[in-house]
Structure formats: structure tokens, C-alpha cells
Design a protein around this ligand. Structure first.
Ligand code: PLP
Length: 456
């Protein structure tokens, strides 16, 4: 952006404060039923929510129903859903093919704890799409990254793992380190501290998780040099700090460095997955990791995870050296949903079409930013996009900390009052699902234009 065009930050922030104050009052009036439901829930659930990610200020929207690309709250407000279950609902809310498959499966049972034929069906689909020969199912992304790390430790006999600062890989102890450390705790940018993300993590676990900045291949080389690291786990594109893309050549360098040090490379594709493109981010970038963790978008809205990888590593499970267990793994209900998602709802043609609709949305938002001269930019990866409130590209967690939270909050509260469903803050991104038509996709841009007019 041309510097002369950049509006005075102080003036913008003051205007954002006025908008936010006005819109918080409107939000309170529109969501009386949500507040009542939250007051009730807080009496029996900490923060009134089933996962702490669902708690946000002023109070969460409590939802009654959803269909396709829409969601309706208990006050009868309808929203275009751009959150789509933190990106899990790439197939849309109850895609007809998923609904049909799941309804048919209900008549055949939901849990056998002995195999069903759909286990191989879904395994074959994942093998074809993600280019890895062997797969196992879990019930969440957390389990998928946890089990992939165990395979890496089993394969190498090493204890330590490396992750990037600001990266989220689920809620097991080893990766709940430096997800969003405060600026005071985070340490030097090039050699970040390992900061526990929660109380309750053993100090030995913290010691075994080394943290490095994203997009810094030299830092990776340095921490792998002693030869005691089992795995580097990384999202190929970071999608818990908006959308943070790899520099040209970064993932290729990561592949070369991990291989040289005998460290397994785990791509956490829980969020990228098929929203990145039909073969995920690894196919998009042409970089093949040793193991891939999946969840969210492959399940059509049902609780699934999966991890897969090279035969020599996954065969540790075959040999019984690494155990992988779980009562609900590969249960027929979720298999039916996943099979319908991968083979009917999210076909290559449907995935490409959703990405194309998203490109139009991202371009429209970029034009709005450009013509208003705002200190913001858009980022797209596949079917996901975001407006990042900083002029500079975000290359890592420290850059993300510099983005303007006040402008992001004002945009969010303005949008949710006009039917744009997203969580507040700078962490998430929008998803254009296979069920968002052109009009649904572009609603975000229309409301964004309205906000920008108000702001400027
Ligand atoms: C990149 C990434 N990995 C893993 C997980 C954990 O997945 P789940 O919430 O299904 O346990 C998440 C969840 O948001 C994620 O974003």
C-alpha cells in the first residue's frame, strides 16, 4: 500500500472504538435469548461452554439450528456462517449426501468395535487424495497429532519434539506449549521460550517441546542439530493466527533439514486439509511429509480425525511396536459421513468451485481495502480467507501480535450484527464451503464495504 494512502492510525482507532461501542449495545439487544441461555449454562459448565474456545466477549451466540451455509440463533437471527465449525464444515451444514449416508447408517447401527467395510473405503480415499499409503482413524484432530507424534517417537527412539510459536495442534500436553504466549513470556523472537499454554502440564513435557519461529529454516536447523528430536510438527500454512503463508522455499527447506537430521516431518493438516485443495496443502506445495494429521473438513461435520504416512512409519503399528487404540475409531456412523464427504460432497470439481468463489470474495475485499487506503490486507489459502489488520504481511507469531485487535473487534461486532457469523479476534479465518453459493460468499464483502464506509 502507498504510504500516503494509509490513514492516520489514531484516527481510525478512535472511529473503531465509537463503532464498537455502538455495535456492542445493538448486539446486546439482538441476543437476549443467547444471554439467558448462557446465564443458565454458566451454572453447570465452566464459562457456560463445552470448549473454552467457544467462550467470547460480550457473550457467545447460542445457536438453535443450521443448514447449508446458514445458522440461526435462539433469538431467530439468521447468519451466513463463515466460521463453519472452525473450518470443519467444508461440506456445509448437513450436505444432502452426508445426511443421506448418515441417515441410512442409523438403520444399520452406529458402533461395532469390530471393523466395517467403510474403514477401507475411507482409507482408500485418503490414500488417493493425500498420497500416503497407510491411515488410521481417530475422533479428533487432537488425537491425530498425538498419535502421529507417538509414531515419530516410536520410529526414532527420541523424546523431543519441535513446534512453531503460535501454532495450535490440539489440546494434548505436548503441543499445548507456546500456542499464544504473552509478549512478556515469549522470550527472544529468534529463540522463543517454551511457554506452557495451561496449568497442569508436567515440566518434563515442557522441556521436551522446543519452540521455534515459523518461516525460519535456520532456527529449525539449529534445534535439530543435536540429533535428539523425534518430530517437527507444523501446519504447512498456519491457520490459527489468521492465515500465515510459508515463504517461498520454506517448506522445501523444512523437508530437507528434517530429513538430514533424521527427524520426522509431521504436517498438521487438521485445518488446511481439503479446504486447501483436493489433495491438501502437501499436494498444493508439492512437499511430502513423513506423517499427516487430518480432522475437521474430512468429516462433513462429524467427529473424525485421521493420521497417515509413509509405510515404514505406519508399519510400526502393524508390527505392534506402536499402539494405536480407541473405542470409537472408525465407527460406522462417522465413516459414512466421511465417505460421503470425500466422494460426493467435496469432489475435486466442488472443491475447485468453492475455491474459485472464495477468490472472488478475497479480491472484492482487497479492492475495498485498497480504495480506502486502510492499514490492512487480505490473505487467501484455498477456500479460506481473512482480512488481517496490518499493512505488512504476517510471517510468524510475532508479526501477528502487531496486528490491530481494536479494528478487528470493531469489524467483527459490526459484521455479526449484520448476519456475518465468525468468532471475534484475529485467530480464525472465513471458509467458503461447497454449500455457499456466490451470493452467500459475497455477503461478507458487502458488509465489509459497509463497515469501511462507517470507519472512514
Ligand atoms: C491445526 C490444528 N490441529 C489440531 C487441532 C485439534 O483438533 P480438534 O479440535 O479436533 O481436537 C486443531 C483444532 O482447531 C487445529 O486447528
Amino acid at each position: 500500500m502507498n504510504r500516503d494512502q494509509t490513514r492516520d492510525a489514531v484516527e481510525l482507532r478512535e472511529r473503531a472504538r465509537v463503532i464498537a461501542e455502538r455495535e456492542v449495545a445493538v448486539y446486546g439487544e439482538r441476543t437476549v435469548g443467547s444471554q439467558r441461555a448462557m446465564d443458565r449454562a454458566r451454572k453447570v459448565l465452566p464459562l457456560g461452554v463445552p470448549s473454552s474456545f467457544q467462550a467470547y466477549e460480550p457473550h457467545p451466540i447460542v445457536v438453535r439450528s443450521s443448514a447449508g451455509s446458514r445458522i440461526t440463533d435462539v433469538d431467530d437471527n439468521e447468519y451466513v456462517d463463515y466460521d463453519m465449525g472452525f473450518g470443519a464444515l467444508f461440506a456445509g451444514h448437513m450436505h444432502p449426501a452426508v445426511r443421506h449416508a448418515v441417515q441410512a447408517q442409523l438403520d444399520e447401527g452406529t458402533l461395532y468395535v469390530t471393523p466395517c467395510e467403510m474403514n477401507a473405503d475411507v482409507g482408500e480415499l485418503l490414500a488417493e487424495q493425500f498420497g500416503q499409503p497407510l491411515w488410521r482413524f481417530t475422533n479428533s484432530g487432537t488425537e491425530a497429532t498425538m498419535d502421529a507424534i507417538r509414531v515419530a517417537r516410536g520410529a526414532t527412539g527420541r523424546d523431543k519434539i519441535v513446534k512453531v510459536e503460535g501454532g495450535y495442534h490440539g489440546h494434548h500436553d505436548e503441543v499445548m506449549i507456546s500456542m499464544k504466549p504473552s509478549a512478556e513470556d515469549a522470550g527472544p523472537p529468534d529463540r522463543p521460550n517454551s511457554v506452557a499454554g495451561t496449568a497442569g502440564i508436567a515440566s518434563s513435557v515442557i522441556d521436551d517441546t522446543i519452540v521455534i519461529p515459523y518461516n525460519d529454516a535456520d532456527a529449525l536447523d539449529r534445534v535439530l542439530s543435536p540429533g535428539d528430536v523425534a518430530a517437527f510438527i507444523v501446519e504447512p500454512v498456519m491457520e490459527n493466527i489468521g492465515i500465515c503463508l510459508p515463504d517461498d522455499g520454506y517448506l522445501e527447506a523444512v523437508r530437507e533439514i528434517t530429513e538430514r537430521h533424521g527427524t520426522l516431518l509431521i504436517f498438521d493438516e487438521v485445518k488446511t486439509g481439503i479446504t486447501a485443495g483436493y489433495g491438501g496443502a502437501s499436494a498444493h506445495f508439492g512437499v511430502t511429509p513423513d506423517l499427516i494429521a487430518l480432522a475437521k473438513s474430512i468429516g462433513g461435520g462429524f467427529p473424525i480425525g485421521a493420521f497417515g504416512g509413509k509405510r515404514k512409519y505406519m508399519d510400526l503399528i502393524t508390527q505392534g511396536k506402536v499402539l494405536h487404540l480407541g473405542t470409537y475409531n472408525g465407527n460406522p456412523l462417522v465413516m459414512a459421513a466421511s465417505k460421503a464427504t470425500l466422494s460426493q460432497a467435496c469432489t475435486k470439481a466442488n472443491v475447485d468451485a468453492a475455491i474459485e468463489r472464495n477468490t472472488q470474495l478475497v479480491e472484492a475485499c482487497a479492492k475495498i481495502i485498497e480504495s480506502a487506503g486502510l492499514p490492512a490486507h487480505t490473505v487467501q489459502f484455498g477456500a479460506k480467507g481473512c482480512v488481517t489488520w496490518s499493512s505488512e504481511r504476517v510471517r510468524n507469531y510475532r508479526d501477528y501480535l502487531k496486528a490491530d485487535g481494536a479494528l478487528a473487534f470493531a469489524q467483527w461486532i459490526h459484521g455479526i450484527n449484520r448476519g456475518i457469523m465468525l468468532p471475534p479476534g484475529l485467530d480464525e479465518q472465513w471458509l467458503i464451503s461447497v454449500m455457499h453459493d456466490h451470493e452467500d460468499a459475497m455477503r461478507y464483502a458487502d458488509v465489509f464495504a459497509d463497515f469501511v464506509t462507517d470507519l472512514t
